[in-house]
Design a protein around this ligand. Structure first.
Ligand code: ADP
Ligand code: MG
Ligand code: ZN
Length: 499
């Protein structure tokens, strides 16, 4: 279906007209005006109706266009923040064009670019928010939901795409129409044998040049989709075109950008990060796209001195000869003495820092992401799908609500068991030391209990996992477990790469 020839309309007129039809808040109006201003081509085709999503890296709008056959069709316009790396944007687009449009994966209709502003046009899919449906789906609907999510994952994994941000906000679901669509390839990476050419670039190195330039605006077919020239971010290159807008971001997103800058500058510990994105689609700090494209940032490196996860500072024992250990040599020759000790030994402190991808949303991050395993594969998406299933079966969302990676790992251990988690970590060459053993829980009993189908007192769950006094006020699954236990575990837990 073709979109009808452009209709000339000023952005202001658009907004005025839309206002009469639908009550939209003033700040959204301002953002829509801004969108028309920075990508003026849009106003000739679309009537932007509302803002339907906002994350740190994009704003998504609902828009309507008249088709050549006279019908009107709804679209979702994803306006990426202008600071996104061009290669990252091109990779997201390539995922959508190559793998999208089928098997429950969202497709792409068109893409506009004006200077450093890119808008991806997708078919609009009306959907419910997960909180609204999580407790009310029938068992049969849960089965369908997960079946369709797995179908989408099987499809993208076949192309060697690791989505890296599987969560309900990125898997649209229309309950009435039984429609499903996986969206948001903004953090995707490629497997070693990925078929998505640009994911090879995104994964391997910072892309500071090269790449063929092409107008993304022309890209409505797979073949036509070309990477954006890296210099498009520099407005001076485009001096012949209209001067760039003063603002680089919709007014309402400025607050996020500020946070982003602050967080970007401050080196943060892996386990001491600020969590700003546990319940929405915001991606921050180390999860930011630029971070993945450029060389590993400081945040991607585990500073050994904080690995003990202790609140008080780590006393570093001075070796007998009174000298500080020489990093590389020590780790080669001595064996680690971390075991049953609540601090990281000097040997581990001196070991080479490990770099691993760490994108995603805390409660959905797989253990290999949390423990910074370098060889991460499509299994990390499967883990996140499992967390969604836990939410659907227990009726709790978010299921895990962790403020940092250590808390996240601790919460996983309380469910999967400490022994099992430690064993699994070993396979990745990671060693987790824990002060006490935690049993693996029967997930069925756990979900039935959280759903209120069983009593907490029926003895099926260990006593220490009993519910808090006010279950109705606490929506999260894991929050039901005694906080004291989590704290104890955290204080004594220790993790390091295995010798
Ligand atoms: P971000 O990278 O900022 O998370 P997403 O691509 O995940 O952006 O989109 C953010 C939100 O916008 C989604 O959670 C969803 O609610 C909405 N959205 C995105 N694409 C569509 C679409 N094609 N149809 C309807 N809503 C969409
Ligand atoms: Mg998203
Ligand atoms: Zn050690």
């Amino acid at each position: 279906m073709e979109i009808a020839p452009p209709v000339q309309r000023s952005s202001h007129q658009n907004v005025e007209k839309d206002k009469s039809r639908r009550k939209i808040p003033r700040d959204v109006e301002v953002d829509i005006e801004y969108l028309y201003e920075v990508v003026p081509q849009l106003s000739r085709i679309f009537r932007v109706i509302d803002k339907i999503g906002e994350g740190t890296f994009s704003s998504v709008y609902l828009a309507e266009a008249q088709m050549t056959d006279g019908s009107r069709k709804m679209f979702a316009l994803k306006h990426l923040i202008p600071t996104s790396h061009p290669m990252r944007i091109a990779a997201e687009l390539q995922c959508l064009t190559v793998a999208g449009g089928t098997e429950n994966v969202m497709g792409v209709t068109y893409c506009f670019r004006k200077e450093h502003h890119v808008v991806i046009v997708m078919p609009y899919m009306e959907h419910q928010t997960f909180v609204d449906i999580v407790g009310s789906l029938s068992f049969e609907e849960v089965r369908h939901y997960i079946y369709h999510l797995l179908k989408a994952l099987r499809h993208i994994h076949k192309f060697g795409i690791i989505h890296r941000d599987i969560k309900p906000n990125n898997f649209l679901f229309n309950q009435q129409r039984r429609e499903y669509a996986l969206v948001d390839f903004g953090l995707a990476q490629g497997t070693t044998d990925t078929q998505i050419e640009l994911l090879k670039v995104v994964k391997s190195k910072a892309h500071k040049g090269g790449g063929s330039s092409g107008r993304v605006e022309d890209a409505h077919g797979k073949q036509k989709l070309l990477p954006l020239p890296p210099n498009t971010r520099n407005p001076s290159v485009h001096s012949s075109t209209k001067a760039p807008a003063k603002r680089s971001c919709p007014p309402s997103c400025i607050k996020h950008t500020k946070e982003l800058l602050v967080l970007d500058k401050a080196p943060r510990s892996v386990f001491g990060e600020r969590n700003l994105n546990s319940t929405n689609s915001h991606k921050i700090g180390t999860d930011n796209v630029e971070g993945q494209l450029s060389k590993p940032t400081k945040e991607d490196v585990i500073p050994r001195k904080i690995v003990s996860f202790k609140r008080r500072s780590v006393p570093v024992k001075t070796p007998l000869n009174g000298q500080k250990p020489k990093p590389a040599a020590v780790s080669q020759t001595l064996s680690c003495s971390c075991f049953m000790n609540d601090r990281v030994c000097n040997i581990c402190l001196s070991r080479k820092q490990q770099v691993a991808p760490r994108a995603g949303t805390p409660g959905f991050r797989a253990p290999e992401v949390l423990t910074k395993c370098p060889n991460q594969g499509t299994a990390i998406d499967m883990w996140s799908a499992g967390v969604i299933l836990l939410s659907l079966l227990s009726g709790r969302y978010p299921f895990f609500k962790a403020s940092d990676d250590l808390n996240a790992l601790t919460q996983i251990m309380t469910i999967r068991g400490s022994k099992e988690t430690i064993e699994a970590a070993k396979k990745f060459g990671k060693s987790i030391v824990c002060s006490r053993e935690l049993p693996r829980l029967n997930l069925r009993i756990l979900c039935e209990t959280l759903r209120g189908l069983r009593s907490y007192d029926d003895g099926s769950l260990p006593a220490e996992f009993q519910a808090s006094r006010h279950p109705a006020e606490v929506p999260y699954g894991i929050w039901f477990f005694k906080r004291r236990l989590l704290r104890q575990l955290k204080e004594k837990m220790l993790m390091a790469d295995r010798i």
